[in-house]
Write a protein that binds this ligand. Sequence first.
Ligand SMILES: [Fe+2]
Length: 618
Amino acid sequence: MRILGISAFYHDSAAALVRDGQIVAAAQEERFSRRKHDARFPRHAVSYCLEREGVPLEAIDYVVFYEKPFLKFERLLETYLAFAPHGLRSFAMALPLWIREKLFQRKLLRNALRGFGPGFDFEGRLLFAEHHLSHAASAYYPSPFAMNQAAAVLTMDGVGEWATTSAAMGRGNRLEVLREIHFPHSLGLFYSAFTYYAGFRVNSGEYKLMGLAPYGDPKYAGLIRDRLIDVKEDGSFHLDLDYFDYCTGLAMTNRRFEELLGAPRRPAEGKLTQHYADVAASAQAVVDEIVVRLARSLAAETGAEALCMAGGVALNCVANAKVLRDGAFRRLWIQPAAGDAGGALGAALAGFHLYAGGPDRPGGLSYCGSDGMQGAFLGPDFAQPEIEQRLRNVGARFTVLPEEALLDSCAAALDRQQVLGWFQGRMEFGPRALGNRSILADPRQAAMQSELNLKVKFRESFRPFAPAVLREDVSDWFEFEGDSPYMLLVAGVAERRRRPLTEDERALKGFDALRAMRSEVPAVTHVDYSARLQTVDRETNPRFHALLSRFKQRTGCPVLVNTSFNIRGEPIVCTPEDAFRCFMGTRIDWLAIGDCLLRKEEQDASLQSNYAATVAPD
Ligand SMILES: [Fe+2]
């Protein structure tokens, strides 16, 4: 049985294909269309999924959309009417476009899908899963706990139809929703409001707010708890809507919010002062507390030992690590595509297990590595002859090397502080690059952090980088045991790897503090000694594991900086051509694509472009 899942029309459209419960393919539309957070119908992603499986749409048993458009329409309508001015003359005229679009989504979907298979019979085969059920299914079914034991499931995001938070329980292949928190009370929108207030873009700048928080002091956390959000012992919460404007769809926060925090909203690209870092730290502290309380109450209620999480808030690796450390659950697994793109996968899995009846026999799912996500390497790949052809077509100069020689050259370049574009195998599903579409660098120099931010990624200098570390060496370098394959947990750098600061370094204030040599791997050590960790194991990513091992052989350090292969505002590269363009437009020194190795100095200089000018910053 084949099921196609689709998420679309809000942000991060995606498609996923599941065959008999196994994930065959999943990809976000933005990677193909090159439009960040592309929300249009994911025609390229659907096309990729069908091609990967080698079937037309007619061979698909069910298409499952990741939310219920009519319920969402109802929520938008009710909210709009509740806040609309009195005396509307024409009801229909007054409905904003975004509400009308929701109403016609079913038709939009049918029309778009028809192009893939004119013979597809929509009757009974186009299904709609609830938004949070899609998130919950994406968290539970691919987790290491499904089919063998039970697991509790927590989903948290901005909003779907009505739910913004849901608690569920998975047993075998059943998944039961226990309770929900409804719009307008939303942890995702709460965090987005602070993202907006700090001058970052909502639905994409939340990561920046999280990266900003360690520079601040959570001195507004008490005020936020007193005035903005009432948090109960069980983690349920209630927002005071006098301070938030998202119900009208115009802005996230208002003047009262600014007055309460004592300063106006930072304009985009305005100066990032200590105030905004303190606000970020405060919002993060409150979110940490809520997520931990939600997890604790769910553990007490269900008695489960394992927790699965998804929804955009589950991308908050700081809060995730707090949940793990709190210990209410012994084990934690987070869907790497935790945002709405992952809803496509969840919708397909929900369709299979909850609608179509699931596997014929218990335990009918098999796992590769530690879970069903195959390392999140679910996107397109390119065979070696195709890579060479595509590179020749764009005028690239490259050599083809046997694996050992390729690894040696790459490890040597990294050791010389050169920056390496690393493009191997299938593209990642989800917002993080996990070693198949990555930019890699040596973490042992503090200067590498600002070098990468300014010359390669063209992004704000305060933003930290994440380490990829050999799975077997993780506890030697970080205060962490076990797996963090998807870069969704932070952990402290191990005490023995830390370095006392010099007097000059201690004097560094604000964002300059990031320049201090805090550890043996300063380029991935945040100012609070935390690192957003990715463990790399031999089974799920053999070639990346081999490169890390080679780097360790040379240097004694099993850690590399791993940042996504793109620049600020751009989707992660998908094809060899995308990678070559990004390579030529930035200060990346080397590029390895499959067995091809490219060196910047050897390229035709006329192919260099003002790459950053072609991408709008996010
Ligand atoms: Fe969502």
